[in-house]
Design a protein. Structure first.
Length: 287
């Protein structure tokens, strides 16, 4: 039983890490906290659902479609609403970003209720059988979500480390002025990184759609988990987000089983509070 709980905790923890990495990327490059991050998770889930139900696409095309749509939506949101942050057209860019992303949260949620309806939906199983891992049977959907989440996180880490654009993102994280002097187009990198961050949230929502039911209000919990992962792992740290997501997933799963499922969300808050009090920079963040 313990091994099964740990494996399940790792799979959901990898999804948490995927959400947290997107928020950390946006915070690093654009230096904003996106309150609408969870709504892109919701949109990704719905896009995967309707791609399968209405268009008849298999899951291996439905999930990439959801990722592509949320990338484009995130890029459009940045170009239309968030670009004044880096063009210095407003006096208080951080306040503007907080208000604007919170307004987006409310807008996307109400729009989803109108378009998708208030009812819960669930797409067909991506993998309709259990997978045996070390003698433990785990849902194929959970295994797929964990594996793809890990690949996306690792792929992003390699992209940031090896590619020219990734180095530009790292330079922007350290110093926007310094990056601009060295030829980084801040405006272009901002909308691309915003699109990528939103696409990661959309990927998480699409991957767990057959595990958790879809509704217009499901974005709240993933948003909170993203904040917890970012606070525990450290602002702007992909490695920290990965480790924090695994820690959070395993701890919540064990706590829900051995203590009570009613305290599952409280465990994440306690972990975040502990790090904010005793290690405010997080696991891999800078002081």
């Amino acid at each position: 039983m313990l091994l099964e709980l740990i494996i399940r905790g790792i799979t959901i923890g990898l999804v948490y890490a995927l959400m947290g990495v997107g928020l950390a990327l946006l915070n690093g490059v654009m230096r904003i906290i996106n309150f609408a991050h969870g709504e892109f998770y919701m949109i990704g889930g719905y896009m995967a659902y309707y791609s399968m139900v209405l268009l008849g696409l298999p899951f291996y095309l439905a999930v990439p479609s959801a990722i592509a749509i949320t990338f484009l939506l995130g890029a459009v949101v940045e170009k239309l609403l968030l670009s004044p942050i880096h063009t210095q057209e407003i006096e208080k860019p951080m306040d503007y970003a907080l208000i604007m992303t919170f307004a987006l949260l409310l807008f996307f949620r109400q729009l989803a209720i109108k378009v998708f309806g208030p009812f819960r939906h669930k797409p067909p199983d991506y993998i309709p059988f259990d997978v045996n891992i070390l003698g433990v049977k785990i849902s194929g959907n959970e295994v797929l979500a964990g594996i793809v989440s890990a690949l996306l996180v690792l792929g992003l880490a390699l992209f940031i480390k090896k590619s020219w654009r990734g180095r530009g993102w790292r330079a922007t994280t350290l110093s926007r002025k310094g990056a601009k002097i060295n030829g980084v187009n801040i405006g272009k990198e901002s909308w691309i990184s915003c699109g990528v961050a939103c696409a990661l949230a959309g990927a998480a929502g699409a991957l767990v759609a057959p595990i958790f039911t879809l509704s217009p209000t499901i974005g709240g919990s993933p948003l909170v988990k993203s904040y917890e992962v970012m606070a525990i792992g450290g602002l702007g740290s992909i490695a920290g987000a990965l480790v924090a997501g695994l820690m959070l997933g395993v701890t919540e799963t064990l706590g829900a089983f051995y203590i009570s499922s009613a305290y599952k969300d409280a465990i994440g808050f306690l972990m975040m509070a502990f790090f904010l009090l005793f290690r405010p920079q997080g696991l891999f963040g800078q002081k």
